[in-house]
Design a protein around this ligand. Structure first.
Ligand code: SF4
Length: 386
């Protein structure tokens, strides 16, 4: 069966996004670039000439969903005359690179998070070729710096709120985390470009923003650190409200709490992943802080940011986590009373240090611990809501 897209006028692109807010913003960036290149976005898979999966690798479960959907796409279009071009982008693309073609031969191209600006060209190249189905494979996973202009296409899915990437990648080395491998080391955007992007979005009628980074507190560009950046965003006219995600406890300062208390437009909301309440497990995770440090930080946050909302992430069943380690986490959640918490069962990730540790907490026990913390947090959240 032969395959040709011919001219790209009004060719339709379907994109499915998996994972975090960073991927949501990346999808918008890709849509903006493709629209500029003459493609049309569609929400109808059946109408698509090009299908893109913007993927996540943070847990095994997220990847399994993509592998199964790639299989369904193959079945769905195998007996059709017209077979859409299929691309896997994002963290799984960076994690597996050309391996993806072996496991899913119906995939035509693979593009990592730092190469997304190359997608229109790749589609154009693949489309211009008249070739047997799936004969040509393209993968781009060696980029590092994204060109600044990709953030200025003006494409936003939400007409009131926009995510604004302030930094890409992460230079922490939490032993369970695949992010530094799939998104690279920390790169901070120029604060002037960030403010320009916000002002351009304000001109489009958007007045609510979320500053995005794997660890926003580590932001630094020339003499502008995160606190100074927040103060500059606060001064943007017509901006109504903004917040930021995600913070890391070891880089969270009293200065940040003070600017949160002083800035009227800044939501009094802090997402501060603790991950575990056991010092031994925090060391194995390379989190860089202790249980006491975290508890003291929360006390200061609550003293300075009156009525501030607090949420967190917790991993249960990390390698060698004993019942006592788990009790320490349970006790910390009880003590702090978060407004909400995202609770995950540990799953080994490729290219991480923790992958070398024995995944020795039995599945049933991981589920028991997950259930116990979930029930505890549900009761706390319900009580707080009332
Ligand atoms: S701070 Fe740790 S958990 Fe968060 S993205 Fe960086 S390495 Fe991963």
């Amino acid at each position: 069966m032969y395959f040709s897209l011919g001219l790209k006028m009004n060719k339709k692109v379907f994109i499915q996004t998996f994972g975090c807010q960073m991927n949501v913003r990346d999808t918008e960036v890709i849509c903006g670039l493709l629209e500029k290149a003459g493609y049309q976005m569609t929400e109808e898979l059946n109408h698509a000439d090009i299908i893109l999966f913007n993927t996540c690798s943070v847990r095994q479960h997220a990847e399994d969903k993509v592998w199964s959907q790639l299989g369904e796409i193959r079945k769905k279009f195998s007996c059709r005359k017209r077979i859409p071009l299929l691309g896997v982008i994002g963290c799984m693309a960076q994690n597996y690179k050309e391996e993806i073609f072996k496991r899913a031969p119906n995939v035509d191209f693979v593009v990592g998070p730092s190469d997304i600006h190359k997608i229109p060209d790749i589609i154009k190249r693949l489309s211009a070729q008249h070739y047997p189905l799936n004969a040509i494979k393209v993968w781009q996973t060696n980029g590092n710096i994204r060109p600044e202009e990709i953030y200025h296409t003006g494409f936003y899915q939400d007409k009131e709120h926009a995510y604004v990437v302030i930094s890409e990648g992460c230079s922490n080395a939490c032993s369970y985390c695949v992010v530094p491998y799939v998104r690279g080391q920390l790169r901070n955007r120029n604060y002037k470009d960030i403010l320009n992007e916000i002002k351009e979005a304000v001109d489009l009628g958007i007045n609510k923003f979320t500053l995005l980074g794997q660890n926003v507190n580590a932001y630094q560009y020339e003499d502008v650190n995160f606190v100074k950046l927040v103060e500059r965003v606060e001064r943007v006219k017509q901006l109504k409200e903004f917040s930021f995600i995600t913070s890391h406890p070891k880089d969270t300062t009293f200065d940040l709490f003070r600017v949160m208390a002083d800035c009227e437009k800044l939501k009094k909301y802090l997402h501060l992943p603790v991950q575990s309440g056991s010092d031994r497990i925090l060391r194995l995770m390379h989190r860089g802080y202790t249980r006491k440090f975290y508890l003291d930080l929360i006390n200061s946050y609550r003293k300075i940011v009156k009525g501030g909302v607090l949420t967190t992430d917790i991993i249960v069943g990390f390698p060698t986590e004993s019942r006592q380690d788990f009790e320490d986490t349970y006790d910390l959640v009880k003590k702090i009373e978060f407004d909400a918490a995202y609770i995950f069962k540990y799953s080994p990730r490729p290219h991480t240090e923790a992958q070398r540790l024995p995944d020795d907490v039995p599945k049933a026990e991981k589920e028991r611990r997950h259930r116990l913390i979930l029930e505890l947090q549900k009761n706390i959240s319900n009580k707080k809501c009332q």
